[in-house]
Design a protein around this ligand. Structure first.
Ligand SMILES: [Mn+2]
Length: 277
């Protein structure tokens, strides 16, 4: 069975700069995630919380999410501490399509993913620090047991009888034998690089999981303000001596029969184009 996991998208979050463009890009990232699930023929899509931010979401976001998840694919959503489940939450306001399952209890509840494969999911039900879902939890079923929730790294997953936990909350990706944090797919703060994104998790019959991370970020390019194009160097003599494509270009233009103003224009445009390759 193949499950596509993501977490911590934080739709509608506040950014220091480029806010509107980056919030738009976050939506595009979700679109890419849903597309990827189809491309990779995933059996279900899992979100381990912090899908959006409760304090900032707009009615438009609710409509966007309803449409984004209205697809021919099972979708499981486990509310986190920033998108906690409660009477006022987006999760309750949306009339989800029947393929979407929102976990609503603050203890882990089982759903059948397939014959012999159970997914235990839970919700953060208060705007409090994410809770420890595994405290006192023990699996009461045979077969392969998986979990989906939002919280700090559990100390010992195997002791609960779970084979693997799909998690959100820790934004740095972590792929351990019994748990997976995919990390936030779109950078929220500078320096969030590395192997983060949506993680395709293949669940084997013995309960082990193999993983492949896909970069789905639409917002990364917007993280830094675009660099100013550098001015064209004036010392063409030094450039013409370079044993580079740029040097050859300068020598060819200088040796051509173009008039001086045209040469200058061609050099300026060509050097800029070469620099931007
Ligand atoms: Mn988060």
């Amino acid at each position: 069975m193949k499950l596509l996991l993501f977490a911590d998208l934080h739709l509608d979050t506040n950014f220091d700069h480029n806010g509107p463009a980056r919030r738009k890009a976050q939506r595009e990232t979700l679109g890419r995630i849903v597309e990827l699930a189809f491309e990779e023929k995933a059996d279900a899509l899992l979100c381990a919380g912090d899908l959006y931010e409760h304090d900032r979401f707009s009615p438009d976001t609710a409509a966007f999410l309803r449409t984004a998840f209205d697809v021919d694919l099972r979708v499981y959503l486990a509310p986190g501490d920033d998108d906690w489940y409660g009477p006022q939450s987006l999760y309750q306001q949306v009339d989800w399509s029947p393929n979407v399952h929102v976990f609503t209890e603050d203890t882990l509840e089982p759903v059948d993913l397939a014959d012999g494969i159970t997914l235990w999911g839970g919700a953060n039900c208060a705007p409090a620090p994410a809770k420890g879902f595994l405290d006192g939890f023990a699996v009461a079923r045979g077969g392969v047991n998986l979990a989906l929730f939002h919280g700090p790294e559990p100390e010992d997953i195997a002791i609960t009888g779970l084979d693997h936990a799909f998690l959100g909350h820790v934004h740095t990706p972590s792929h351990a034998p019994h748990h997976t944090y995919p990390g936030n797919p779109d950078p929220l703060t500078p320096g969030e690089t590395g192997d983060r994104g949506a993680v395709l998790c293949t669940v084997h019959e013995d309960g082990t999981v193999s993983r492949k991370t896909f970069d789905v970020s639409a917002g990364r390019a917007l993280l830094m303000p675009p660099a100013e194009p550098s001015p064209v160097p004036l010392h063409l003599g030094a450039l013409a001596d370079e044993r580079t494509v740029r040097g050859q270009f300068v020598r060819d233009v200088e040796a051509s029969s173009l008039d001086l103003p045209t040469k200058a224009r061609v050099l300026a445009m060509g050097l800029r184009a070469l620099e931007e390759r």
